[in-house]
Design a protein around this ligand. Sequence first.
Ligand code: C2E
Ligand code: MG
Ligand code: MG
Ligand code: MG
Length: 290
Amino acid sequence: EAKESGKRRYCTFDESMAEKVHERLRLEQRLRQAVKEQHFTLHYQPLIRVEDSVLIGFEALLRWQDGGQDIPPAIFIPVAEECGLIQEIGSWVLQQACIEAQRWNTTFHYPLKVAVNVSVMQFVEADFRQRVAAELEHSGLPPHLLELEITESVLQSLEDSKRILKELKAVGVSVAIDDFGTGYSSMAVLKDLAVDRLKIDRSFICNTPALMQDSAVCKAIIMLAKSLMLGITAEGVEEMEQVAFLRENGCDTFQGYFYSRPLDAAALEHYLQQYFSTQNSSPTPSKTRA
Ligand code: C2E
Ligand code: MG
Ligand code: MG
Ligand code: MG
């Protein structure tokens, strides 16, 4: 009897495995279809300067609506990476984000930057630098208004990454290390890299300042960034207490639901209209207001 139930359990396990494989294949198929038919959109989340709460730009975040259902990037980006679709998707993101950012800048006569997430597989492509340069030229967006977000995983092929980062620096864009603190980059590695900014991972922000350990990690990352003369962004800022703590400890940029969720095209339009109708639209409003 024990043997039988054991068998049955094994059988159930097997079926659920098969189901998972099947689901994964369907997702891949739908993703291929979505690439072909351009079913993607970008949402934009505001980046806020800590010093004076001024809007400095947006992070572009990819969205996929599959038959009325939103599939989160945390689900489909890894699949796109595995099945070799990320390069094509990533190129589209880069192109759209540059065009959109240049549109804000010409509409509002105000320099807003756009931050674009770049998968490691795009980053190490032989023509990545040319692609970036081409999209800047095509859109007319000034290079210093484009920030590329890479994760610590690119540091695994360190020598290549160093070279690519130098090439990107020559193009004039800036580079941020996203989700900082979750990967393996050592300080020794960091000091030799031509990066401009660290983004503290949301997992450290969410229990700050309530949890002493998380607050300590945030403080340490901020200090590290400042010592290396890098910019420092806190992502996932949701509460007033976090704003106060991070401001006190020297963070320079905020991103999170406390300020705004990522905005779709219509919401973004509204946000920008609102923002520029209530703000003095000079590039240094804090100074002109004083
Ligand atoms: P990320 O680059 O670290 O982006 C920040 C994520 O945190 C976004 O999730 C954003 O919606 C979320 N977030 C921002 N503020 C808050 C907050 O206050 N509270 C909470 N709970 N969440 C907040 P999203 O849009 O689901 O993206 C997840 C990840 O998918 C991104 O993390 C990024 O790694 C990846 N991703 C998104 N778009 C792209 C893309 O175009 N290309 C690539 N390669 N990856 C992308
Ligand atoms: Mg990011
Ligand atoms: Mg991030
Ligand atoms: Mg993150």
